[in-house]
Write a protein that binds this ligand. Sequence first.
Ligand code: APR
Ligand code: PHB
Length: 389
Amino acid sequence: MRTQVVIIGSGPSGLLLGQLLGNAGIDNIILDRVGKAYILGRVRAGVLEEGTVGLLEQAGAAARMREEGLLHDGFSLAFNERDHRIDLHALTKKRVMVYGQTELTRDLMDQREAAGYQTVYEAEDVTPCAFDGERPFVTYRKEGVLHRIDCDFIAGCDGYHGISRKSVPERSVATFERTYPFGWLGILADVPPVGHELVYANHPRGFALCSMRSATRSRYYIQCSLEEKVQNWSDDRFYDELRRRLPAAHAEALIVGPSFEKSIAPLRSFVAEPMRFGTLFLVGDAAHIVPPTGAKGLNLAASDVHYLFEGLRDHYLDRSELALAHYSDRALKRVWKSVRFSWSMTMLMHRFPEGGEFGQKIQEAELDYLTHSTAAATSLAENYVGLPY
Ligand code: APR
Ligand code: PHB
């Protein structure tokens, strides 16, 4: 079998890249080790930058998002019993779109199927081969049969735990990592959100976030110890702790209801450099991970896809190698700015035990500065809505 680009991974990175390539007439096959249902069962954030929305439009997969997504002009920072709105649109003339990653992934899968582009789910032992030469190929096993796909390029869109980055000799990859001494305990419940925009709360008891998936489905998080166990957190206990971390107005407005999803996620910052190894390109979570505080994970995957699609399109359609040659440098420049922003939001909003009372006071002073300085608020806002590609 032969194709022009083999894409490993059917998450947002792989699906978005595959749709843009296919629509440009560039043949591609997506391989994923799990099935569609498993992928769609993942619960992930969904605050989309305008660049991400634009790429979904370009991919022809934005109709349902336009209909069901929620356009937000701002969000709130809550601290010291007060609530301060960051007016994103007034400060940057941009908005963010709140639309769950699961729905975005479903839309891209539907578009891929409608276009007849090839995807192999439950492909086992996917292995990128000979990507340091001119004739790369990928092998995989399906129902016990070994398959080989010869190609021109391989896009490693297989996430942090994927095979692509691990297939590169360790001496060729530089990694940079920061782990955080806490996790996020999150729930999904079919109750109206506490407000019409997101609320990020800094409290001495720990961080809390009030988010949403729609006007009838809420997503709440509280910072927790990494030793916590989900089974120790009833809904009542969760809601009580959430209320204690919110200003009174939000705590009183909170509408509770049974959660249908409850999980604890660790937080990590991670970058692998470079993002290209011969004919193998790392994309999205395969190359970088950010703590969810800045809602950048999905948006960074989208900007990687933008740069790689431009490079592959120019290679095939314009016979130009320039954009492909600069893929890694261009992507990493934006990655590191978003990694910095996500790290800074995490350092600002969470309780660090070793920081003590002094650390809490410093955070409150920075929050006070952010909410009284247009310059500071503008810097926060332009990072949150997304820096230019
Ligand atoms: N072989 C084939 N497929 C694999 C392999 C492998 N060895 N390892 C992982 N995969 C698949 C996974 O099953 C998954 O469907 O690659 C896909 C990777 O998808 P994601 O982890 O969602 O990564 P990405 O597409 O880059 O999306 C990034 O997802 O994790 C969130 O916060 C992150 O929002 C961001 C987005
Ligand atoms: C979410 O809705 O899951 C979400 C929103 C914003 C974040 C993180 C998570 O910063």
